[in-house]
Write a protein of this length. Structure first.
Length: 157
């Protein structure tokens, strides 16, 4: 399933538009299931040291799984999250208290993306929010915060 994140993120990045959310779908080649996803570009960019310096956007992706659950991930154009098999990511929805979400690197061990362990919980909080803040430790750059304006998320039904 984590390979779907990569496929969906690549497709969404290629067809990113001025619209806040970019939607798409892909077919899981193993099961034949249609998987719908939505991707959102961060409102801000993070500033990282070389070799990751320069324009660096964050991306929030929500995937509707055939089981009825949701998967959620956050990625950067470039950079390395300090996350291996499991880490904790601090997330704040609107003006609420920060919450810790367990996350992990994808199966291909890409260092610029993390997937939340409880994507359906993340999604449930997100749809009630206008803004989501995601903070994680970045290699050689410490804590970085990505801000997403998530109001009016698309329906993935």
């Amino acid at each position: 399933m984590k390979t779907l994140f990569g496929l969906a993120l690549a497709a969404a990045t290629l067809c990113a538009q001025a619209a806040p959310w970019t939607q798409g779908e892909s077919v899981d080649k193993m099961t034949g299931d249609v998987v719908k996803f939505a991707t959102l570009k961060s409102d801000n960019q993070v500033k990282l040291k070389p070799p990751y310096a320069g324009k660096n956007n964050g991306w929030l992706q929500i995937v509707a799984l055939p089981s009825g659950d949701y998967a959620a991930s956050v990625s950067l154009d470039k950079g390395q999250w300090l996350c291996g098999r499991e880490c904790e990511i601090l997330v704040r929805f609107d003006g609420g208290q920060p919450m810790l979400f367990k996350a992990s690197s994808p199966m291909d061990m890409s260092s610029n993306r993390v997937s939340f362990s409880r994507g359906s919980l993340f999604h449930a909080w997100m749809v009630k929010s206008k803004t989501v803040f995601v903070q994680a430790l970045m290699y050689q750059d410490g804590a970085q915060v990505l801000e997403f304006s998530v109001s009016a998320p698309p329906s993935l039904d």
